[in-house]
Design a protein around this ligand. Sequence first.
Ligand code: NDP
Length: 471
Amino acid sequence: MGRDAGKQKEQRMAYDYDLFVIGGGSGGVRCARIAAGHGARVGVAEDRFWGGTCVNVGCVPKKIMVQAAEYGGFVEDSHGFGWNTQRGEHDWAALITAKDREIERLNGAYRRILSSAGADIIDARATLLAPHRLRLTSGDGTAREITAERIVIATGGHPSRPDIPGAELGIVSDDAFHLPSLPRRIAILGGGYIAVEFAGLFRGLGADVDLIYRQSLPLRGFDGDMRTALADAYAADGIRLHPDSTITAIEKHDGQRVVMLDHGGETLTVDLVFFATGRVPATQGLGLKEAGIETGKDGAIPVDDRWETNVAGHYAIGDVTNRMNLTPVALAEGHMLANRLFSSGHAGQVWNFHQVPTAVFSTPPIATVGMTEEEAEKNGPTEVFTTGFTPMRHQISGRKRRSFMKLLVDQASQKIIGAHMFGEDAPEIMQGLAVAITTGATKQDFDRTIGIHPTAAEEFVTMRSRTRTVG
Ligand code: NDP
């Protein structure tokens, strides 16, 4: 060993770990696993639940509940196909038990993939004491100190509550997964992902739902036609929509909640108020100040395009950076950062997420990749192709449920710059389209692609007549 290499190894061994990850969620676990796979000495601390928000109180249980809610409608759809099935009572407790069993399985899987990669799994709260130095406090109060050459903060975020009188009388999404029973009447505040996902699933399970949001349509930032299609579908499903509204106060009366709206003294009496008003980065009590790590708006940790904070050797990934709060983005960040740090072939990898596909698991869902029509219009001349139809299943079931699709084509280059779908299977379809769009597919590439018949997806390759040109 040369003198320089020997010195480097000595410096490295002066720390307990080459990499220490705070937070065992999607991003943290991926980062730790990949780094350990490259031979780094890795530790990960998690004080709540392995798999983080996504596995425990986010994507996974939410999707199970969305799927549960769909069965009631399927029973009624089946009559059109000749089935003489009867819709029975839904057993909420059975659903929660089944959901918890699946989450327990995933918690175990997360631990297993880490330990088989060779990372140290530590059930403890990690607090920074100084740069490169951490205290690990276990649930029983025992604490020890460790050092790490590099530290990755992957602590995610948590739901926020609005600052209104009676806010403590409402729940947030973390609580929604463990309700003792399905409330009969629910008011949801917010018009983002969580609000529309829970509005749809609670309604599907049989609750009366009021959805209160301060824009004229839900899902600010999504394509306007998708937002309109969702609002129309929810209204048709019996969800009471309160656009341009917010809650000003909540009071408790006889075990119920009386919700004050900002419209001329209007009130709602409900069994549950659910705040889906955004999430904030989990940076409280982490010892960031002690380590000299700066935070920005809402406590988020600013990082450069190499995920590095203002303190060298200290990184942050995922929702704690409050950039693009999506599980697959956190996974990609964790993977890329570990590669950057411990695999010489990947030293040039930087944050570069454009055209990230995403789905809202509303009922039915919305999926999207690339620009909205509103963004495309500002970008330059854009050809817009749209189609709306009743899916074949519902021609037979008789259910009033439509699908809507849109392609946005940059007029000059003919590249597809946006694809959007509202309707059954939209997320499954959009994942495939995202590959084509990420690789720069043109409208002509879509046109020469043979459809799969009979599917809804084939509409994306058979849209020939332009609906309009914008920009
Ligand atoms: P979002 O940021 O998506 O939406 C927050 C909503 O709350 C908006 O409609 C916002 O209104 C409204 N709001 C915020 N503050 C107030 C207030 N004080 N009073 C009234 N309304 C308010 O947050 P979510 O909580 O729905 O989700 C958090 C994040 O989690 C998402 O941004 C997303 O990144 C991620 N997520 C992803 C999912 C997926 O991929 N399927 C599923 C669930 C969450 P306005 O628009 O007017 O600001």
